[in-house]
Design a protein around this ligand. Structure first.
Ligand code: PLP
Length: 410
C-alpha cells in the first residue's frame, strides 16, 4: 500500500490568486465595458533586453554546430557565469565569494524550498509575517510547521515575526530562539527593507544562537538607498550564519527564462544531533548535484550578458521604468490620503487600508469603484490584514490612470 506524505494534508489551500481571478472575472462579465487595470501582478512585464537576447541567440546557434555543441554542464553552473556573479555581485561590494560557494539554479523559489532538504526536521523555523508564502508552505510539506490553528491563521510550531507599521516593518527577536530564520529584504509584499545596522543585529543574534539565516534578496536590484545592504555578506560575520538566494527574475526579466543562484559559504556550519559541526556547503553541493542537472547553456549565457556594460545599462532602464511607476503609485496614493510604505527599494507598494475595512473588503471597493485590481495583504500572512499590495510592474499609462481613478473614488 502506498502511503503519502501526510504533511501535505496540513497545507492550507491558497485561495488568494484564484479568488482574485474569480472576482475579476465576475466583475468583467457584469460590466463588460469597464476597463480593469491590474496592479496585482508580481511578474515583470518588460521584454528581455537586447544584449541578453543577443547572447542567448548566439548560444543557441553554438548548440547547432558540431564544434561548439555542449551537453550536460556542471550542475553548479558554468564558471563563466559564476565568475561574473562573484565579481559583480560580491567583489564589487567588498565581499569575497569563491566560485564553489555559488550554485546556479533555475529559480530562487526552488532553492528557497529545496534548501530544507539539508536541514533537520526538528529545527524551529521563524518567518516574517507577512511574507512570500513559499517559506511557510515548504516547511509545512517537510513537517516542521506543526498543525494549523484556524483561529489565529498560524501553524503551531512556526514562529511568526510580525512586520507592521507599529514596528516600522522591522521584526522583533522572538522569545523562543529559532534554528532557521527566513528574511526577505527588500520584502515581498511590504516593499520595505532593513538598514545595515538592523541586519547586523540579526546576524549577531544568529551567531550567538547558532541559528541559520535564509536570506532572500530576489529584489536586490531595486535598492536605491545607500544604507540598505545589497547582500547579507556585507555584514561582518554573516558568512558563518547565512545562505543567500538571488535571482535574475526580477533583476533582468528572467521569470520565463529561469535562472537564479544560491550562495552557501564554506564557513557556514550546521550540527549533528551530537553537536558535531558539518559544513552546509558540502551538503548543498551533494544535494544540488544529485537532484539538479544544471541550467541550460543558452540561459546561462543570457545571464552572463546581464553583467556586460550594455546589459547593465539596459536592465537598469527597465528597473527605472518600474521604479518610476512605484513613485507614481506612492505619490498618487499619498495625495489621495492613503498611508503608504515600500516602493523606494522595491517594486511593491504596501498601503494601509482605511480604518474599519478588511483587506478583502478594500479589494472589492477598489475593483468596483476604480476598476483597479491589487492584492489583499492578509493573503501574505495574518499580520497582512489591514494592508494591501500594489505592484509597479504595469505600464506607466495604466499606472497613471489607476492613480487618477483612485483619487476620483468616492
Ligand atoms: N523570492 C521572492 C521574495 C519572490 O517574490 C519571488 C517571486 O515572486 C521569488 C523568490 C521567485 O524567484 P524565481 O523566479 O527566481 O523563482
Amino acid at each position: 500500500m502506498i502511503t503519502i506524505n501526510e504533511n501535505f494534508l496540513e497545507l492550507q489551500d491558497s485561495y488568494l490568486f484564484s479568488t482574485i481571478a474569480q472576482k475579476v472575472q465576475a466583475f468583467q462579465e457584469k460590466y463588460p465595458d469597464k476597463k480593469i487595470i491590474k496592479l496585482g501582478i508580481g511578474d515583470v512585464t518588460r521584454p528581455i533586453v537586447p544584449a541578453v537576447l543577443e547572447a542567448m541567440h548566439k548560444a543557441v546557434d553554438e548548440l547547432g554546430k558540431e564544434e561548439t555543441f555542449r551537453g550536460y554542464g556542471l550542475e553548479q553552473g558554468y564558471e563563466f557565469l559564476r565568475e561574473k556573479i562573484a565579481q559583480y555581485d560580491y567583489a564589487k561590494r567588498g565581499v569575497t565569494i569563491q566560485l564553489d560557494e555559488i550554485f546556479v539554479s533555475d529559480g530562487a523559489k526552488c532553492d528557497c524550498g529545496n534548501i530544507g532538504d539539508i536541514l533537520g526536521l526538528d529545527n524551529v523555523v521563524a518567518i516574517t509575517d507577512p511574507v512570500y508564502p513559499v517559506y511557510l508552505d515548504t516547511n509545512v510539506m517537510a513537517g516542521r510547521s506543526g498543525t494549523y490553528d484556524a483561529i489565529s491563521g498560524k501553524y503551531r510550531k512556526m514562529i511568526y515575526l510580525p512586520a507592521t507599521a507599529e514596528n516600522h516593518f522591522i521584526p522583533d527577536f522572538p522569545k523562543k530562539v529559532p534554528d532557521m530564520i527566513y528574511l526577505c529584504f527588500p520584502n515581498n509584499p511590504t516593499g520595505t527593507t532593513l538598514s545595515k545596522e538592523i541586519l547586523k543585529k540579526w546576524v549577531d543574534y544568529a551567531r550567538k544562537n547558532h541559528a541559520l539565516i535564509l536570506f532572500d534578496s530576489a529584489y536586490e536590484a531595486y535598492i536605491s538607498e545607500d544604507n540598505v545592504p545589497h547582500t547579507i555578506y556585507e555584514i561582518e560575520g554573516a558568512k558563518e550564519v547565512a545562505i543567500e538566494f538571488r535571482s535574475f527574475s526580477k533583476t533582468a526579466g528572467f521569470t520565463g527564462l529561469r535562472c537564479a543562484y544560491t550562495v552557501v559559504p564554506k564557513e557556514l556550519k550546521g550540527y549533528t544531533k551530537d553537536g558535531k559541526e558539518i559544513a552546509l556547503n558540502g551538503l548543498w553541493n551533494r544535494r544540488h548535484g544529485t537532484k539538479f542537472n544544471g541550467v541550460s547553456y543558452p540561459v546561462q549565457r543570457a545571464a552572463e550578458a546581464v553583467y556586460s556594460a550594455e546589459g547593465q545599462k539596459q536592465i537598469k532602464e527597465n528597473i527605472a521604468y518600474y521604479m518610476n511607476n512605484a513613485c507614481l503609485i506612492r505619490e498618487g496614493l499619498q495625495s489621495a490620503g492613503y498611508t503608504v510604505y515600500g516602493g523606494i527599494n522595491a517594486p511593491y507598494i504596501w498601503l494601509k487600508v482605511p480604518n474599519g475595512v478588511t483587506s478583502w473588503e478594500f479589494f472589492d471597493i477598489l475593483l468596483e469603484k476604480a476598476n483597479v485590481v491589487g492584492t489583499p495583504g492578509v493573503g501574505f500572512g495574518p499580520s497582512g490584514e489591514g494592508y494591501f499590495r500594489l505592484t509597479s510592474f504595469g505600464t506607466k499609462e495604466n499606472t497613471m490612470e489607476a492613480m487618477q481613478r483612485i483619487k476620483n473614488m468616492k
